[in-house]
Design a protein around this ligand. Structure first.
Ligand SMILES: Cc1ncc(COP(=O)(O)O)c(C=O)c1O
Length: 337
């Protein structure tokens, strides 16, 4: 199979191997790689009926010297375990998670996009409740699996700014599951996303579910703004998914670019405070926000067509670290090859 690395979108491609492990009788059984991409589970599995499932997303990168490396898999393991705790599922030991990521990348080496292609290998770990059950209660058994897909940019255009509209729907409840990466949050986002896309927007912005005055998320990515005095600002709220990219960018802004960093409320009525704005996440990487439509007016930040200078520097440094061109903070990179 030949892959056109430079024109990859964000679509499923069946790769050769995936990792699968079962939790039975109170403990994890030894996991293994398999070529079978179909999971056979009980019809009464809690993952199907009650949404007892969570997942993750992280990437492996081809480096200039022909190596392969994974970005911060321990952080994804920790977040999966926080999601698991919230839904009363067994945690996956961090070592087991990271080792499984490495096994999957190694086994699918031919699907790792080359360094200069602009594409990456996206890993999708997930944990699902399975087995015979009918009442609303935790499953008797669980499956933890990881598959991988080579991907290009999530938002069409990559580093070209895109516009967003405001959602009238909430993606999470104030003290619900917004901070957990659980499927139900995403099922609820399909309709608001469609409404935004039908209106010609890349996706929608969710406001805080309690007051509807503060920015929470940009589709399936976190929000950041850059003030005129060069401060990196990003919202803080218990119903936002804590983005690993966002926390990495906060570190990059402070330690590599000497910027001030603030995690605080970002009011939708105060977009003027930002000279630049962006969406950040594993899939979105950094996607510059051209404008946000508020009521009938499109609020444009830096430009609808050009990426702003600070956003560009943040992007270059972060992606440089991920691809091995810029020295990474200790512990951020797991070498596969
Ligand atoms: C709702 C939501 N917010 C933010 C993010 C970005 O998080 P991360 O940077 O860890 O990929 C994601 C993607 O995982 C997401 O689904």
């Amino acid at each position: 199979m030949s892959i056109d690395w430079k024109n990859l979108g964000f679509s499923y491609i069946k790769t050769d191997y995936r990792y699968i492990a079962k939790w039975q009788n109170g403990s994890w059984q030894k996991g293994e790689l398999t070529t079978d991409n179909i999971i056979h589970i009980a019809e009464s599995s809690t993952a199907i009926h009650y949404g007892q499932q969570c997942f993750e997303g992280l990437k492996a990168y081809g480096t200039k010297d022909g190596g392969i490396q994974i970005f911060r898999p321990d952080q994804n393991a920790n977040r999966l375990n926080r999601s698991a705790k919230r839904l009363l599922m067994p945690e996956v030991p961090v070592d087991m998670f990271v080792d499984a990521c490495v096994q999957v990348v190694k086994a699918n080496e031919k699907f790792v996009p080359p360094y200069d292609s602009g594409a990456t290998l996206y890993l999708r770990p997930f944990l699902i409740g399975v087995g015979d059950n009918i009442g609303v209660k935790p499953a008797p058994e669980y499956i933890f699996s990881i598959f991988c897909v080579p991907v290009g940019p999530y938002f069409k255009g990559g580093m070209t700014p895109v516009n967003f509209s405001l959602s009238e729907y909430d993606r999470a409840a104030p003290v619900g599951t917004g901070a957990a990466k659980v499927g139900g949050n995403y099922a609820g986002s399909l309709l608001p996303h469609k409404i935004a896309a039908d209106g010609g927007f890349a996706d929608c912005i969710y406001l805080d579910p309690l007051t509807h005055t503060k920015i929470e998320e940009v589709g399936a990515a976190n929000f950041f703004g850059i003030t005129a005095d060069n401060t990196f600002v990003t919202p803080l709220s218990p119903s936002i998914l804590p983005s690993i990219t966002k926390y990495s960018l906060m570190h990059v802004a402070k330690e590599y670019l000497n910027m001030k960093v603030e995690e605080r409320d970002c009011y939708i009525e105060k977009l003027d405070e930002f000279a630049e704005a962006g969406a950040c996440g594993t899939a979105a990487v950094i996607t510059p926000i051209g404008g946000i439509k508020v009521k009938d007016k499109l609020h444009v930040f830096h430009s609808e067509t050009e990426v702003g200078p600070v956003t560009k520097k943040l992007y270059d440094t972060l992606v440089g670290i991920q691809k091995g061109d810029v020295e990474a903070p200790e512990g951020w990179i797991v070498k596969v090859k």
